[in-house]
Design a protein around this ligand. Structure first.
Ligand SMILES: [Zn+2]
Length: 129
């Protein structure tokens, strides 16, 4: 008596079925579910020498972001001590949030942002969305 042919093992559902967030071409229902469980990345952006939201506007973003925003409500060095048309002073920074589909993408995104000169810090927000 022979055991099961090796090919029988291949008939099991692929491993990725158990991790819906990793499926690139998931059915619509699964994608919607993913959208409810986005993973957030927090960024601290160096504003010194830029005007207004220039540092954020020019940031080369990670390719698979779902969305994001830039706001002192996400943390900042404090209100500007200069007029709005003048460049930000050395040491000024502002927080931002980026949303991606899942934790794996978030780790790739953090690696992407950490090497950008304007990004002082980037980390996955473990509290979730
Ligand atoms: Zn400023």
């Amino acid at each position: 008596m022979k055991g099961l042919p090796a090919a029988a093992l291949g008939s099991r559902p692929p491993h990725r079925r158990e991790a819906p967030g990793r499926i690139a071409k998931a059915p619509l229902g699964e994608r919607l579910q993913d959208a409810k469980t986005v993973t957030r990345i927090r960024l601290l952006i160096d504003l010194s020498g830029t005007v207004g939201s220039e540092a954020w506007d020019r940031l080369p973003h990670f390719g698979e972001v779902l969305g994001g925003w830039f706001s002192p409500e996400e943390g900042s060095s404090g209100p500007c001590q200069h007029d709005q048309e003048s460049p930000h002073l050395p040491g000024e920074w502002c927080g931002a949030v980026i949303e991606v589909e899942n934790h794996l993408l978030a780790e790739y995104a953090v690696a992407h942002y950490l090497v950008l000169p304007r990004v002082l810090d980037a980390f996955v927000d473990e509290r979730g969305a």
